[in-house]
Design a protein around this ligand. Structure first.
Ligand SMILES: Nc1ncnc2c1ncn2[C@@H]1O[C@H](COP(=O)(O)OP(=O)(O)OP(=O)(O)O)[C@@H](O)[C@H]1O
Ligand SMILES: [Mg+2]
Length: 182
């Protein structure tokens, strides 16, 4: 049998290859981020529970916040960011998924109290197959494609992603997407 990691790497490479070819952005529709975030957090609650970390959603907007995009792909962005946070946060840590806005954008941040990322690694974590040194030796863990997929999706949605992190304290990855008027 093929090891699970090889299969996952294969699947993720295929996702990226398809994005390269098609430029993705296939099924754009109006997506409600309030619902999307609640759904993902609910879905990943089991994973957080198993890792003994607290995963919560903080919807800090009064009205529903909508973007024009591919719901499945936006869901994938959140899953990749939250699973990273879970993987790098020690037991009893906290992960908060926050939804806020500014004038024309929706901001989704995933904040963890985990290992943090060294400043020299931050520019490279979105590279395909890049994994921080200390992670490469871990027998578990991924292929280093999760954030490359996140970046590709965010860019085709005309957004951007920022990283704030401090070693030993935690990380916050913030996705900014153009919002749709209600
Ligand atoms: N929240 C985080 N805290 C600390 N390090 C992180 C965090 N998110 C990502 N990283 C670092 O960035 C690297 C790249 O992340 P990425 O999601 O692309 O790959 P991966 O999680 O190793 O594998 P995959 O997502 O393909 O399963 C990770 O290996 C890890 O070293
Ligand atoms: Mg990952």
């Amino acid at each position: 049998m093929l090891p699970l990691k090889s299969v996952l790497t294969y699947v993720r490479s295929a996702i990226l290859a398809r994005m390269d070819m098609q430029g993705l952005a296939q099924k754009h529709q109006i997506c409600c981020l309030n619902d999307l975030i609640s759904d993902v957090v609910e879905e990943l609650a089991v994973l957080a529970l198993a890792a003994n970390v607290m995963l919560t959603a903080q919807i800090q907007v009064r009205q529903t916040l909508k973007v024009f995009g591919d719901e499945e792909q936006l869901y994938r962005v959140l899953v990749n960011l939250i699973t990273n946070a879970i993987q790098h946060t020690p037991e009893n840590g906290d992960i908060v998924v926050r939804l806020t806005r500014d004038d024309h954008h929706a901001l989704i941040s995933v904040q963890d109290t985990g290992s943090g990322i060294a400043p020299r690694d931050i520019p490279r974590i979105f590279d395909r197959f890049y994994r921080v040194e200390s992670d490469r030796s871990r027998s578990t863990g991924g292929s280093g494609l999760g954030l490359a997929i996140v970046l590709a999706i965010v860019q085709t949605h005309h957004g951007n992603i920022q990283v704030q992190s401090e070693l030993g304290k935690g990380s916050t990855l913030t996705v900014r997407l153009p919002s749709v008027r209600n």
